[in-house]
Design a protein. Sequence first.
Length: 113
Amino acid sequence: MGIQETWKAMSDPTRREILRLLRDKPLTAGEIGEHFPATGATISHHLAILKQAGLISDTKQGKYIFYELNLSVLEEMMSWMTALMGGDHHERENVSADSAEHTAPADGGSSVS
C-alpha cells in the first residue's frame, strides 16, 4: 500500500463518504449501501479500493463482514502532511499570530500618513 493508492482511494467522493460513515462504527456492506443510490457491486468495488489502500479493514462475524476505519493509515497521512507543512498545527498558529502582531502599527492605527 503506497501513498499514491491512498490518495487515489480518497479522491472519490463516494469513498470519502464511506470513510465518514465508518468513523462512528463498523458497518456491513449492506448497511453502507443503504446510504447510496448505487448497486451492491458498485459499493463492493469502492470497499475493495479502500481496503487495498489500507484505509479500511474487514472482520467476519457469523455470516456478515463488517468494515471499519483503519485510523493508523489516516494518522500516517496526517503526520506526513503536518511535516510537509513544517510543524504541528499549534506551532503554525503561534507563528501566524506572532507575525501579525509584529507587522501591525504600534499605535494600532493606520500606517498611512
